[in-house]
Design a protein around this ligand. Sequence first.
Ligand code: ADP
Ligand code: MG
Length: 234
Amino acid sequence: AEKLIVQTEKLKLAGEIAAGVAHEIRNPMTVISGFIQMMNTDDQHPYQTYTKLIESELERINLIISEFLILAKPHVTKAKEFHIEKILQDVVLLFSPELNLRSILLKESWKARYAIVVGEQNQIKQVIINIVKNAIEALSNGGSLEISTDLETQGFVTIHIRDNGEGMTQEVVNQIFEPFFTTKTTGTGLGMMISQKIIQEHGGKILINSQLNKGTVVSILLPYTQSEKSASSS
Ligand code: ADP
Ligand code: MG
């Protein structure tokens, strides 16, 4: 009987990983569709502007599959130093066609220019994409999305992703990190669970502040160090 339980658990885990991979791949695919839509309607820019970005998103799909397999393993060992704001600005660029198409106003505020995070930047990028995507999905056309960074005294860099969309009840907030918890018809409910796992593995945390019909602020706290550049010049 014990063996049967172990096998059932393994099957369940395999299913969760498969669903997670599908979920994460849907994100770059949405971005690719956005660029293709732009190519179909935009005759002012050379198509290479878009094909290069499509190519890099296809590379991302490849990476996501391997990264997801890393996530399924107990030890993450590919830690490197990277500028956190660079990752955020990359993600902003990825979503720009979708923001344009839906007339969503983007506000940016960068206050952590020299902050360096140690970890797997592709996983952190995945977290930002998951959270920005949720914010966009909560917005109706013409809403606003705000992305900002700040440095805390406790050695944390904070990333705030704010939307003035549908917001959440306390009951929803309480379940947001549960695997497969979703209020969407096509949602998988894995994005926030995976995001929390990744941020915790980096020594950080995710905080949710939300008000129904007013909007949501998702704050990501990550330990950081300053790059040498900030010490000499600014
Ligand atoms: P999914 O997006 O597939 O539903 P997630 O794990 O990303 O799964 O999110 C879980 C749930 O949390 C969503 O279904 C939604 O109800 C809620 N949620 C997350 N982010 C927001 C947000 N910015 N605004 C409103 N609701 C949100
Ligand atoms: Mg989501």
